[in-house]
Design a protein around this ligand. Structure first.
Ligand SMILES: Cc1ncc(COP(=O)(O)O)c(C=O)c1O
Length: 411
């Protein structure tokens, strides 16, 4: 099955969806004063606090109740010392990957790590030498670039191709890049363009990687956040014997717990795992945080129904945003997301008409609409003239964001 469906016109199936969860997503919950980067950090990013923040990738939704209950139970024991990695972390991840992604993973394949970004750095250090090429496919989550250049590796870019608002991988160019690189950082699903790569696309990535002896790190942190009717395929489930695949997974985006910082790399091949273990030891990744492990296990164990409802809720929000722009501000084209709660807005026409560069585009939305989004240019080549809108918030908030933008664009 392909991931290609006309998402804007699909009506999410609400069968089996719990209305209590949907009502919960509608409930505004103030995060101001909690030290939330998205809210309390907006003054530093937008030079004003008078914006609705829809930038950094976390959601303004309460986590599943089972997660907060487990954290409170753990907090009730008043010693928070050095901790072991509980077996529950391995067991619940194995269970989740099987139930949700039909991927059978063994305990030995799992390397827990604080965050996915630290693991990107570890992988770059483990599999490449200074000066060697590492491929990234912009526009892409920008820490991919610093993981490469910040470790004195050479950034080899394979820009995504865009046609009529749909992105695809330039396989011909990837093949040429692969001849000049050791490692590919794949973003799957792809932040910020919202693609969920199809099985055919992933098989082609594997074919090229195999031919050129590339290691592929597949960052699948958004793998659970796919819209109804779309299927994410873990790259590793399509691999053949000898393929060198590392997969980054985490409950952090899925269940809105990224501030707790716990993820895992899954590496089947023991030989491939060893350099990573060494990099982890070198970077001192060892410790387990008693709160992050508690939330990790509780989310994977109890969060499935919450997540099903979340994706229905987000799909309805996405569809409404797409429709509203198409009807009321057609100079902005919303790229249809198959996954992630991040919408990629093509503002190039607006920039052209108004003679705006990227700085002026960001300023326009901050000053005229009082909306704080991530400028597309941050995501590298192909990001100029785009903005990234995070719809992970109650629909009333997103409606207000869109209303403000529509008025500003009409002015
Ligand atoms: C593709 C991708 N990888 C990694 C991260 C961040 O991972 P972590 O917070 O675990 O370092 C994000 C956050 O937006 C992301 O989009």
């Amino acid at each position: 099955m392909t991931a290609d469906l006309n998402a804007t016109t699909s009506i999410p199936d609400r069968t089996g969806i719990d209305d209590t969860f949907l009502a919960g997503f509608d409930r505004p919950l103030s995060r101001e004063g909690t030290g939330a980067l998205k809210w309390d950090g907006r003054g530093g990013v937008f030079a004003t606090n008078d914006v609705l923040p829809v930038w950094v990738a976390d959601m303004d939704f309460a986590v599943p109740e089972a997660v907060s209950a487990a954290l409170m139970a753990r907090a009730a024991h008043p010693i928070y010392g050095y901790s072991l990695m509980p077996e529950a972390v391995y067991e619940t991840l194995i269970g989740w990957l099987w139930d949700r992604h039909q991927w059978r993973v063994e305990r030995d394949w799992i390397l827990p790590a604080p965050g996915v970004v630290p693991s990107l750095h570890a992988a770059v250090l483990a599999y490449t030498q200074a000066g060697e090429g590492v491929i990234a496919q912009p526009p892409v989550y920008f820490p991919f670039f610093s993981a490469i250049t910040g470790n004195a590796r050479r950034l080899v870019e394979n820009p995504l191709l865009e046609e009529g608002g749909r992105y695809r991988i330039d396989f011909e160019h990837l093949e040429r890049c692969a001849a000049d690189a050791r490692l590919l950082l794949l973003c799957s699903p792809h932040n910020p363009v919202g693609r969920v790569w199809t099985e055919d696309e992933l098989r082609e990535v594997l074919r090229i990687a195999r031919k050129h002896g590339l290691v592929v790190l597949s960052d699948e942190i958004h793998h659970d956040l796919v819209y109804p009717g779309v299927r994410h395929r873990p790259l590793a489930t399509l691999a053949e014997e000898g393929d060198r695949i590392i997969t980054a997974v985490a409950p952090s985006k899925t269940f809105n717990i990224p501030g707790l910082g716990l993820s895992a790399l899954v590496v089947r091949d023991a030989g491939l795992r060893e350099p990573l273990r060494q990099a982890y030891a070198h970077l001192h990744f060892g410790g387990a945080n008693p709160f992050s492990t508690t939330a990790f296990a509780a989310a994977y164990q109890h969060g499935a129904a919450w997540l099903d409802s979340l994706m229905v809720y987000l799909a309805e929000t996405r569809d409404e945003v797409v429709r509203t722009f198409a009807r009321e501000a057609p100079s902005i084209r919303v790229v249809d997301a198959e996954g992630t709660y991040l919408l990629w807005l093509d503002c190039r026409e607006w920039c052209r008409v108004r003679h705006l560069d990227d700085e002026a585009l960001k300023r326009f939305f901050v000053r005229e609409a009082r909306v704080g989004m991530s400028p597309g240019i941050l995501f590298g080549r192909g990001g100029a003239g785009y903005m990234r809108l995070n719809i992970g918030a109650p629909r009333t908030v997103i409606r207000e964001v869109v209303r403000r933008m529509v008025i500003a664009l009409a002015g």
